[in-house]
Design a binder for this molecule. Structure first.
Ligand SMILES: Nc1ncnc2c1ncn2[C@@H]1O[C@H](COP(=O)(O)OP(=O)(O)OP(=O)(O)O)[C@@H](O)[C@H]1O
Ligand SMILES: [Mg+2]
Length: 508
Protein backbone atom coordinates (compact mmCIF):
# COMPACT_ATOMS: atom_id res chain seq x y z
CA UNK A 1 0.00 0.00 0.00
CA UNK A 2 1.09 3.57 -0.67
CA UNK A 3 0.97 6.40 1.87
CA UNK A 4 1.73 10.11 1.48
CA UNK A 5 2.80 12.51 4.21
CA UNK A 6 3.75 16.18 3.90
CA UNK A 7 7.05 17.33 5.30
CA UNK A 8 9.35 20.26 4.63
CA UNK A 9 12.89 21.16 3.58
CA UNK A 10 14.55 24.50 4.23
CA UNK A 11 16.50 26.21 1.45
CA UNK A 12 18.15 29.37 2.70
CA UNK A 13 15.44 30.71 4.98
CA UNK A 14 12.48 29.41 3.01
CA UNK A 15 10.54 26.22 3.38
CA UNK A 16 9.93 23.88 0.44
CA UNK A 17 7.11 21.36 0.71
CA UNK A 18 8.32 17.76 0.51
CA UNK A 19 6.04 14.84 -0.17
CA UNK A 20 7.14 11.72 1.64
CA UNK A 21 5.76 8.73 -0.28
CA UNK A 22 6.03 5.34 1.34
CA UNK A 23 5.26 2.05 -0.35
CA UNK A 24 5.21 -1.25 1.50
CA UNK A 25 5.02 -4.37 -0.64
CA UNK A 26 5.16 -7.95 0.42
CA UNK A 27 6.97 -9.15 -2.68
CA UNK A 28 10.63 -8.48 -3.45
CA UNK A 29 13.63 -8.42 -1.25
CA UNK A 30 12.89 -7.32 2.33
CA UNK A 31 14.53 -4.07 3.46
CA UNK A 32 14.10 -0.35 3.13
CA UNK A 33 15.32 1.96 0.41
CA UNK A 34 15.25 5.72 0.40
CA UNK A 35 15.26 7.69 -2.86
CA UNK A 36 14.91 11.35 -3.83
CA UNK A 37 18.44 12.74 -3.34
CA UNK A 38 18.82 12.09 0.37
CA UNK A 39 22.13 13.02 2.04
CA UNK A 40 23.88 10.79 4.56
CA UNK A 41 21.82 12.00 7.53
CA UNK A 42 18.59 11.28 5.66
CA UNK A 43 19.89 7.84 4.66
CA UNK A 44 20.58 7.06 8.28
CA UNK A 45 17.00 7.83 9.06
CA UNK A 46 16.32 4.19 8.03
CA UNK A 47 18.02 2.95 11.16
CA UNK A 48 16.47 5.55 13.47
CA UNK A 49 12.97 4.99 12.15
CA UNK A 50 13.29 1.20 12.34
CA UNK A 51 14.38 1.33 15.99
CA UNK A 52 11.87 4.04 16.92
CA UNK A 53 8.94 2.08 15.50
CA UNK A 54 10.02 -1.05 17.32
CA UNK A 55 10.62 0.76 20.61
CA UNK A 56 7.22 2.43 20.42
CA UNK A 57 5.44 -0.89 20.27
CA UNK A 58 4.94 -0.96 16.51
CA UNK A 59 6.16 -3.49 13.98
CA UNK A 60 8.53 -2.71 11.19
CA UNK A 61 7.04 -4.24 8.01
CA UNK A 62 8.53 -7.52 6.85
CA UNK A 63 8.31 -6.74 3.16
CA UNK A 64 10.03 -4.19 0.99
CA UNK A 65 9.72 -0.54 2.09
CA UNK A 66 10.38 2.16 -0.51
CA UNK A 67 10.49 5.79 0.58
CA UNK A 68 10.55 8.57 -2.00
CA UNK A 69 11.13 12.19 -1.09
CA UNK A 70 9.61 14.42 -3.79
CA UNK A 71 10.45 16.69 -5.57
CA UNK A 72 13.28 14.40 -6.58
CA UNK A 73 15.58 17.12 -7.92
CA UNK A 74 16.01 18.91 -4.58
CA UNK A 75 18.72 17.57 -2.30
CA UNK A 76 17.40 16.61 1.13
CA UNK A 77 19.56 17.14 4.16
CA UNK A 78 19.33 16.47 7.86
CA UNK A 79 17.17 14.25 10.04
CA UNK A 80 13.93 16.29 9.68
CA UNK A 81 12.20 13.50 7.74
CA UNK A 82 12.39 10.79 10.43
CA UNK A 83 8.94 11.43 11.89
CA UNK A 84 7.06 11.71 8.58
CA UNK A 85 8.84 8.59 7.28
CA UNK A 86 7.89 6.74 10.47
CA UNK A 87 4.23 7.76 10.16
CA UNK A 88 4.29 6.95 6.44
CA UNK A 89 5.57 3.43 7.13
CA UNK A 90 2.89 2.81 9.76
CA UNK A 91 0.20 4.06 7.38
CA UNK A 92 1.48 2.08 4.41
CA UNK A 93 1.93 -1.03 6.55
CA UNK A 94 -1.69 -0.74 7.73
CA UNK A 95 -0.77 -0.38 11.37
CA UNK A 96 -2.32 3.08 11.46
CA UNK A 97 -5.45 4.42 9.81
CA UNK A 98 -5.61 8.19 9.71
CA UNK A 99 -6.06 11.11 7.34
CA UNK A 100 -2.93 13.27 7.30
CA UNK A 101 -3.47 14.99 3.95
CA UNK A 102 -3.94 18.36 5.70
CA UNK A 103 -0.95 18.03 8.00
CA UNK A 104 2.72 18.93 8.05
CA UNK A 105 4.87 16.45 9.97
CA UNK A 106 8.49 17.22 10.84
CA UNK A 107 11.01 16.08 13.40
CA UNK A 108 14.07 13.98 14.11
CA UNK A 109 13.57 10.69 15.97
CA UNK A 110 15.81 9.13 18.56
CA UNK A 111 16.10 5.36 18.69
CA UNK A 112 13.57 5.16 21.51
CA UNK A 113 11.00 7.15 19.56
CA UNK A 114 11.44 10.55 21.18
CA UNK A 115 10.96 13.46 18.77
CA UNK A 116 13.94 15.75 18.92
CA UNK A 117 14.46 19.48 18.40
CA UNK A 118 14.77 20.27 14.71
CA UNK A 119 16.19 23.54 13.31
CA UNK A 120 14.22 25.77 10.95
CA UNK A 121 10.75 24.97 12.33
CA UNK A 122 9.38 28.47 11.89
CA UNK A 123 10.27 28.50 8.18
CA UNK A 124 8.61 25.12 7.72
CA UNK A 125 5.41 25.93 9.55
CA UNK A 126 5.13 29.30 7.74
CA UNK A 127 5.27 27.45 4.44
CA UNK A 128 2.68 24.91 5.57
CA UNK A 129 0.33 27.74 6.55
CA UNK A 130 0.93 29.40 3.18
CA UNK A 131 0.12 26.17 1.37
CA UNK A 132 -3.14 25.93 3.26
CA UNK A 133 -2.33 22.95 5.48
CA UNK A 134 -4.47 22.99 8.62
CA UNK A 135 -2.24 21.19 11.12
CA UNK A 136 1.46 21.02 11.93
CA UNK A 137 2.98 18.26 14.06
CA UNK A 138 6.33 19.47 15.34
CA UNK A 139 8.83 18.45 18.04
CA UNK A 140 7.65 19.37 21.52
CA UNK A 141 10.71 21.63 22.05
CA UNK A 142 9.95 23.64 18.93
CA UNK A 143 6.19 24.00 19.35
CA UNK A 144 6.29 27.41 21.01
CA UNK A 145 8.38 28.71 18.14
CA UNK A 146 5.97 27.14 15.62
CA UNK A 147 2.95 28.70 17.32
CA UNK A 148 4.21 32.15 16.25
CA UNK A 149 2.91 31.37 12.77
CA UNK A 150 -0.66 32.43 12.15
CA UNK A 151 -3.34 30.38 10.42
CA UNK A 152 -2.28 26.85 11.33
CA UNK A 153 -2.90 24.62 14.33
CA UNK A 154 0.32 23.48 15.97
CA UNK A 155 0.61 20.20 17.90
CA UNK A 156 3.64 19.54 20.11
CA UNK A 157 4.79 15.94 19.68
CA UNK A 158 6.92 14.25 22.33
CA UNK A 159 7.19 10.75 20.88
CA UNK A 160 6.26 8.77 17.82
CA UNK A 161 3.79 6.81 19.96
CA UNK A 162 2.12 10.05 21.12
CA UNK A 163 1.55 11.09 17.53
CA UNK A 164 0.15 7.68 16.64
CA UNK A 165 -2.24 7.83 19.60
CA UNK A 166 -3.31 11.30 18.59
CA UNK A 167 -3.97 10.30 14.99
CA UNK A 168 -6.05 7.30 16.03
CA UNK A 169 -7.97 9.52 18.41
CA UNK A 170 -6.94 7.46 21.43
CA UNK A 171 -5.14 10.24 23.33
CA UNK A 172 -5.44 13.57 21.54
CA UNK A 173 -2.60 16.07 21.92
CA UNK A 174 -3.70 19.56 22.93
CA UNK A 175 -2.82 22.15 20.27
CA UNK A 176 -0.57 25.08 21.20
CA UNK A 177 -2.17 28.37 22.01
CA UNK A 178 -0.88 31.48 20.28
CA UNK A 179 -0.01 33.49 23.38
CA UNK A 180 3.57 34.04 22.22
CA UNK A 181 2.43 35.85 19.15
CA UNK A 182 1.39 38.77 21.29
CA UNK A 183 4.61 39.29 23.20
CA UNK A 184 6.19 42.63 22.54
CA UNK A 185 9.72 42.85 21.32
CA UNK A 186 11.85 44.62 23.90
CA UNK A 187 15.31 45.39 25.20
CA UNK A 188 16.17 42.95 27.95
CA UNK A 189 18.88 45.03 29.53
CA UNK A 190 22.09 43.08 28.94
CA UNK A 191 25.18 45.14 28.23
CA UNK A 192 26.16 48.43 29.79
CA UNK A 193 23.86 51.36 30.34
CA UNK A 194 24.94 54.78 29.08
CA UNK A 195 24.73 56.16 32.61
CA UNK A 196 27.55 53.85 33.72
CA UNK A 197 29.97 55.22 31.16
CA UNK A 198 31.99 58.18 32.35
CA UNK A 199 32.85 61.06 30.07
CA UNK A 200 33.11 60.34 26.32
CA UNK A 201 30.06 62.52 25.80
CA UNK A 202 30.84 63.10 22.14
CA UNK A 203 31.11 59.34 21.57
CA UNK A 204 27.78 58.74 23.25
CA UNK A 205 26.30 61.45 21.07
CA UNK A 206 27.81 59.77 17.99
CA UNK A 207 26.25 56.48 19.05
CA UNK A 208 22.91 58.23 19.49
CA UNK A 209 23.11 59.63 15.95
CA UNK A 210 24.14 56.21 14.64
CA UNK A 211 21.20 54.56 16.40
CA UNK A 212 18.75 57.21 15.20
CA UNK A 213 19.60 56.91 11.52
CA UNK A 214 21.06 53.37 11.46
CA UNK A 215 24.44 54.74 10.38
CA UNK A 216 27.56 52.61 10.49
CA UNK A 217 30.18 53.79 12.96
CA UNK A 218 33.85 53.32 13.75
CA UNK A 219 35.75 54.23 16.93
CA UNK A 220 39.47 54.69 17.22
CA UNK A 221 41.42 55.26 20.40
CA UNK A 222 44.06 54.00 22.85
CA UNK A 223 43.63 50.78 24.88
CA UNK A 224 41.24 50.98 27.80
CA UNK A 225 39.50 54.16 26.68
CA UNK A 226 36.16 52.38 26.62
CA UNK A 227 35.57 51.51 22.95
CA UNK A 228 34.34 47.99 23.59
CA UNK A 229 32.26 49.20 26.54
CA UNK A 230 30.63 51.91 24.43
CA UNK A 231 29.87 49.57 21.56
CA UNK A 232 28.26 47.07 23.89
CA UNK A 233 26.02 49.81 25.24
CA UNK A 234 24.62 50.58 21.79
CA UNK A 235 21.77 48.00 21.93
CA UNK A 236 20.46 49.75 25.04
CA UNK A 237 19.54 52.83 22.98
CA UNK A 238 18.17 51.08 19.91
CA UNK A 239 14.41 51.12 19.43
CA UNK A 240 12.65 47.82 20.17
CA UNK A 241 11.97 45.55 17.22
CA UNK A 242 8.54 45.38 15.69
CA UNK A 243 6.91 41.96 15.82
CA UNK A 244 7.64 41.46 12.11
CA UNK A 245 11.31 42.27 12.64
CA UNK A 246 11.41 39.87 15.58
CA UNK A 247 9.94 37.12 13.40
CA UNK A 248 12.50 37.79 10.65
CA UNK A 249 15.34 37.53 13.14
CA UNK A 250 13.89 34.44 14.79
CA UNK A 251 13.69 32.68 11.43
CA UNK A 252 17.41 33.19 10.88
CA UNK A 253 18.33 31.85 14.32
CA UNK A 254 15.95 28.94 13.90
CA UNK A 255 17.53 27.89 10.61
CA UNK A 256 21.00 28.13 12.14
CA UNK A 257 19.77 26.02 15.06
CA UNK A 258 20.71 28.82 17.46
CA UNK A 259 17.32 29.48 18.97
CA UNK A 260 17.56 28.86 22.72
CA UNK A 261 14.97 26.25 23.80
CA UNK A 262 13.23 28.62 26.21
CA UNK A 263 13.11 31.49 23.71
CA UNK A 264 10.56 30.89 20.98
CA UNK A 265 10.85 34.46 19.74
CA UNK A 266 13.97 36.62 19.68
CA UNK A 267 12.74 39.90 21.06
CA UNK A 268 15.95 41.78 21.56
CA UNK A 269 17.92 43.28 18.70
CA UNK A 270 20.89 41.06 17.99
CA UNK A 271 24.39 42.14 18.93
CA UNK A 272 27.02 39.96 17.31
CA UNK A 273 30.73 40.40 17.85
CA UNK A 274 32.55 37.78 15.79
CA UNK A 275 36.19 37.22 16.65
CA UNK A 276 38.77 38.44 14.17
CA UNK A 277 39.76 34.86 13.35
CA UNK A 278 36.27 34.16 11.95
CA UNK A 279 36.45 32.81 8.41
CA UNK A 280 34.65 34.66 5.69
CA UNK A 281 32.05 31.89 5.38
CA UNK A 282 31.47 32.37 9.10
CA UNK A 283 31.06 36.08 8.60
CA UNK A 284 28.82 36.29 5.55
CA UNK A 285 27.50 32.73 5.40
CA UNK A 286 28.18 29.77 3.15
CA UNK A 287 28.71 26.05 3.17
CA UNK A 288 27.41 23.31 0.91
CA UNK A 289 23.99 23.85 2.43
CA UNK A 290 24.20 27.63 2.64
CA UNK A 291 23.77 28.80 6.18
CA UNK A 292 23.48 32.36 7.42
CA UNK A 293 26.70 33.91 8.75
CA UNK A 294 27.36 36.48 11.47
CA UNK A 295 26.20 39.41 9.33
CA UNK A 296 22.78 37.74 8.95
CA UNK A 297 22.68 36.74 12.61
CA UNK A 298 23.12 40.47 13.29
CA UNK A 299 20.19 41.33 10.97
CA UNK A 300 18.14 44.23 12.41
CA UNK A 301 20.79 44.70 15.06
CA UNK A 302 24.48 45.43 15.48
CA UNK A 303 27.48 43.72 13.90
CA UNK A 304 30.44 44.70 16.08
CA UNK A 305 33.92 44.18 14.69
CA UNK A 306 36.27 44.79 17.58
CA UNK A 307 39.96 45.27 16.75
CA UNK A 308 39.09 45.83 13.11
CA UNK A 309 42.65 45.83 11.69
CA UNK A 310 43.18 42.32 13.08
CA UNK A 311 40.56 40.95 10.68
CA UNK A 312 41.89 39.38 7.53
CA UNK A 313 41.57 41.96 4.76
CA UNK A 314 40.02 39.44 2.37
CA UNK A 315 37.40 38.67 5.01
CA UNK A 316 36.59 42.36 5.35
CA UNK A 317 36.32 42.76 1.60
CA UNK A 318 33.50 40.22 1.44
CA UNK A 319 31.50 42.45 3.78
CA UNK A 320 31.35 45.29 1.29
CA UNK A 321 28.60 43.91 -0.90
CA UNK A 322 26.23 42.83 1.88
CA UNK A 323 26.70 46.16 3.64
CA UNK A 324 25.58 47.90 0.46
CA UNK A 325 22.77 45.54 -0.53
CA UNK A 326 21.66 44.71 3.03
CA UNK A 327 21.46 41.12 1.84
CA UNK A 328 23.91 38.27 1.27
CA UNK A 329 23.66 36.18 -1.88
CA UNK A 330 25.38 32.82 -1.98
CA UNK A 331 25.64 31.13 -5.36
CA UNK A 332 25.60 27.35 -5.55
CA UNK A 333 25.31 24.98 -8.49
CA UNK A 334 21.69 24.37 -7.50
CA UNK A 335 20.85 28.07 -7.48
CA UNK A 336 21.33 31.22 -5.46
CA UNK A 337 20.30 31.48 -1.84
CA UNK A 338 20.01 34.83 -0.17
CA UNK A 339 19.85 35.88 3.45
CA UNK A 340 18.86 39.25 4.88
CA UNK A 341 21.71 41.28 6.36
CA UNK A 342 20.45 44.69 7.39
CA UNK A 343 22.89 45.62 10.13
CA UNK A 344 24.40 48.62 11.81
CA UNK A 345 28.13 48.04 11.57
CA UNK A 346 30.14 49.18 14.57
CA UNK A 347 33.90 48.83 14.44
CA UNK A 348 36.63 49.62 16.96
CA UNK A 349 40.36 49.94 16.50
CA UNK A 350 43.52 51.28 18.02
CA UNK A 351 45.17 54.02 15.99
CA UNK A 352 48.45 52.05 15.72
CA UNK A 353 49.94 48.67 16.75
CA UNK A 354 50.97 49.90 20.24
CA UNK A 355 47.71 51.78 20.58
CA UNK A 356 49.02 55.18 21.69
CA UNK A 357 49.44 57.08 18.46
CA UNK A 358 48.12 60.61 19.04
CA UNK A 359 47.79 60.06 22.80
CA UNK A 360 48.75 63.21 24.72
CA UNK A 361 50.17 61.32 27.71
CA UNK A 362 51.80 58.14 26.60
CA UNK A 363 54.25 58.13 23.79
CA UNK A 364 53.66 56.00 20.74
CA UNK A 365 56.46 53.50 20.15
CA UNK A 366 55.55 52.65 16.60
CA UNK A 367 57.56 53.62 13.55
CA UNK A 368 55.79 56.05 11.30
CA UNK A 369 55.59 53.46 8.53
CA UNK A 370 54.11 50.90 10.96
CA UNK A 371 51.31 53.32 11.87
CA UNK A 372 50.48 53.88 8.22
CA UNK A 373 50.62 50.17 7.43
CA UNK A 374 48.31 49.44 10.36
CA UNK A 375 45.72 51.95 9.27
CA UNK A 376 45.98 50.85 5.65
CA UNK A 377 44.88 47.35 6.60
CA UNK A 378 41.32 48.53 6.41
CA UNK A 379 40.41 49.21 2.85
CA UNK A 380 39.13 52.59 1.74
CA UNK A 381 35.92 51.14 0.25
CA UNK A 382 34.98 49.61 3.60
CA UNK A 383 35.68 52.83 5.49
CA UNK A 384 33.65 54.62 2.85
CA UNK A 385 30.60 52.70 3.97
CA UNK A 386 31.00 53.99 7.50
CA UNK A 387 29.21 57.29 8.10
CA UNK A 388 30.40 58.14 11.59
CA UNK A 389 34.08 58.21 12.52
CA UNK A 390 34.79 58.86 16.19
CA UNK A 391 37.91 59.32 18.21
CA UNK A 392 37.77 57.89 21.70
CA UNK A 393 40.53 59.55 23.72
CA UNK A 394 41.69 58.45 27.15
CA UNK A 395 39.57 60.02 29.83
CA UNK A 396 40.89 62.30 32.55
CA UNK A 397 40.93 61.19 36.17
CA UNK A 398 38.39 63.82 37.19
CA UNK A 399 35.87 62.40 34.76
CA UNK A 400 36.59 58.82 35.70
CA UNK A 401 36.18 59.53 39.40
CA UNK A 402 33.05 61.60 38.86
CA UNK A 403 30.23 59.93 40.77
CA UNK A 404 27.35 61.85 39.24
CA UNK A 405 25.30 59.46 37.13
CA UNK A 406 25.14 60.24 33.43
CA UNK A 407 22.05 60.27 31.27
CA UNK A 408 20.33 56.89 31.23
CA UNK A 409 20.01 54.80 28.10
CA UNK A 410 16.22 54.84 28.37
CA UNK A 411 16.16 58.63 27.88
CA UNK A 412 18.46 58.48 24.89
CA UNK A 413 16.38 55.63 23.48
CA UNK A 414 13.30 57.85 23.72
CA UNK A 415 14.94 60.41 21.41
CA UNK A 416 16.13 57.69 19.05
CA UNK A 417 12.62 56.26 18.83
CA UNK A 418 11.16 59.67 18.08
CA UNK A 419 13.70 60.18 15.29
CA UNK A 420 12.92 56.74 13.86
CA UNK A 421 9.24 57.61 13.91
CA UNK A 422 9.93 60.71 11.81
CA UNK A 423 11.83 58.53 9.34
CA UNK A 424 9.09 55.90 9.24
CA UNK A 425 6.61 58.59 8.21
CA UNK A 426 9.02 60.06 5.68
CA UNK A 427 9.76 56.80 3.87
CA UNK A 428 6.24 55.46 4.24
CA UNK A 429 6.00 53.58 0.99
CA UNK A 430 9.44 52.53 -0.05
CA UNK A 431 12.25 50.11 0.57
CA UNK A 432 14.12 52.73 2.58
CA UNK A 433 13.59 52.55 6.33
CA UNK A 434 16.20 54.89 7.72
CA UNK A 435 18.28 57.88 6.69
CA UNK A 436 21.39 55.75 6.27
CA UNK A 437 19.56 53.79 3.56
CA UNK A 438 18.74 56.85 1.47
CA UNK A 439 19.83 56.73 -2.15
CA UNK A 440 21.04 59.82 -4.02
CA UNK A 441 17.53 60.70 -5.18
CA UNK A 442 16.13 60.55 -1.66
CA UNK A 443 19.05 62.58 -0.34
CA UNK A 444 18.22 65.25 -2.90
CA UNK A 445 14.57 65.18 -1.95
CA UNK A 446 14.76 65.01 1.84
CA UNK A 447 18.12 66.48 2.82
CA UNK A 448 17.85 70.00 1.42
CA UNK A 449 20.00 72.70 2.94
CA UNK A 450 19.12 76.36 3.37
CA UNK A 451 21.40 79.11 2.06
CA UNK A 452 23.63 79.21 5.11
CA UNK A 453 23.92 75.45 5.19
CA UNK A 454 24.82 75.44 1.50
CA UNK A 455 27.53 77.94 2.15
CA UNK A 456 29.04 75.87 4.96
CA UNK A 457 28.91 72.79 2.77
CA UNK A 458 30.60 74.60 -0.10
CA UNK A 459 33.46 75.64 2.13
CA UNK A 460 33.73 72.15 3.60
CA UNK A 461 33.80 70.40 0.24
CA UNK A 462 36.54 72.75 -0.90
CA UNK A 463 38.68 72.90 2.21
CA UNK A 464 38.28 69.34 3.42
CA UNK A 465 38.40 67.90 -0.10
CA UNK A 466 35.17 65.95 0.45
CA UNK A 467 34.38 63.40 -2.23
CA UNK A 468 30.90 63.07 -3.74
CA UNK A 469 30.28 60.16 -1.42
CA UNK A 470 31.59 62.16 1.52
CA UNK A 471 29.24 64.98 0.58
CA UNK A 472 26.24 62.67 0.54
CA UNK A 473 27.31 61.16 3.82
CA UNK A 474 27.32 64.57 5.50
CA UNK A 475 23.87 65.31 4.10
CA UNK A 476 22.42 62.03 5.39
CA UNK A 477 23.94 62.60 8.81
CA UNK A 478 22.63 66.16 8.88
CA UNK A 479 19.16 64.78 8.14
CA UNK A 480 19.42 62.40 11.10
CA UNK A 481 20.71 65.10 13.44
CA UNK A 482 17.83 67.37 12.42
CA UNK A 483 15.39 64.49 12.99
CA UNK A 484 16.82 63.95 16.47
CA UNK A 485 16.15 67.59 17.23
CA UNK A 486 12.67 67.33 15.76
CA UNK A 487 13.46 69.86 13.01
CA UNK A 488 11.95 69.48 9.57
CA UNK A 489 14.53 71.90 8.18
CA UNK A 490 18.24 71.10 8.31
CA UNK A 491 20.05 73.95 10.02
CA UNK A 492 23.67 75.04 9.85
CA UNK A 493 24.40 73.63 13.30
CA UNK A 494 23.24 70.21 12.13
CA UNK A 495 25.61 70.33 9.17
CA UNK A 496 28.43 71.46 11.43
CA UNK A 497 27.91 68.50 13.74
CA UNK A 498 27.69 66.09 10.81
CA UNK A 499 31.03 67.39 9.52
CA UNK A 500 32.66 66.39 12.80
CA UNK A 501 31.93 62.76 12.10
CA UNK A 502 33.88 62.66 8.84
CA UNK A 503 36.85 60.30 8.55
CA UNK A 504 40.19 61.61 9.81
CA UNK A 505 42.97 60.29 7.68
CA UNK A 506 46.16 59.68 9.66
CA UNK A 507 48.30 62.72 9.13
CA UNK A 508 51.36 61.30 10.73
N1 LIG B 1 34.41 55.89 30.01
C1 LIG B 1 34.44 54.88 30.88
N2 LIG B 1 33.62 54.86 31.93
C2 LIG B 1 33.65 53.83 32.80
N3 LIG B 1 34.49 52.81 32.72
C3 LIG B 1 35.36 52.76 31.69
C4 LIG B 1 35.38 53.80 30.73
N4 LIG B 1 36.31 53.49 29.82
C5 LIG B 1 36.86 52.34 30.20
N5 LIG B 1 36.29 51.89 31.32
C6 LIG B 1 36.65 50.66 32.04
O1 LIG B 1 37.78 50.10 31.39
C7 LIG B 1 37.49 48.81 30.90
C8 LIG B 1 38.14 48.62 29.55
O2 LIG B 1 37.47 49.36 28.57
P1 LIG B 1 37.29 48.81 27.11
O3 LIG B 1 37.49 47.36 27.07
O4 LIG B 1 36.03 49.32 26.59
O5 LIG B 1 38.51 49.52 26.40
P2 LIG B 1 38.90 49.52 24.88
O6 LIG B 1 38.92 50.93 24.44
O7 LIG B 1 38.02 48.60 24.16
O8 LIG B 1 40.37 48.99 24.93
P3 LIG B 1 41.19 48.10 23.87
O9 LIG B 1 41.67 49.05 22.81
O10 LIG B 1 42.31 47.55 24.65
O11 LIG B 1 40.27 47.08 23.37
C9 LIG B 1 36.00 48.72 30.85
O12 LIG B 1 35.54 47.41 31.03
C10 LIG B 1 35.58 49.61 31.99
O13 LIG B 1 35.61 48.90 33.20
MG1 LIG C 1 38.35 46.78 23.22
Amino acid sequence: MLAKVFSCAVVGLDGVLIEVEVDVSNGGQPGMILVGLPDAAVQESRERVRAAIRNCGGKFPHGRVTVNLAPADLKKAGPTYDLPIGIGILLAGRQLWADVTDALIVGELSLDGIVRHTPGIISMVSLAAEKGLARAFVPYDDAREASLVKGIEVFPVRTLADLVNHLTGETPIAPMTDEHRHVEACYDGNGADFSEIRGQEHVKRGLEVAAAGAHNLIMSGPPGSGKTLLARALPSILPPMSIDEALEVTRIYSVRGLLPPDTPLIRERPFRSPHHTTSHAGLVGGGTWPRPGEISLAHRGVLFLDELPEFNSVTLEVLRQPLEDRRVSIARASGTVSFPANVTLVAAMNPCPCGYFGDPVRECRCAHSAVLRYQKRISGPLLDRIDIHLEVPRIAYEQLADRRPGEESALVRGRVEAAREVQANRFEDGETLTNADMGPREVQKYARLDNQGEQLMRTAVRQLALSARGYHRVLKLSRTIADLTGCEKIETSHVAEALQYRPRVADA
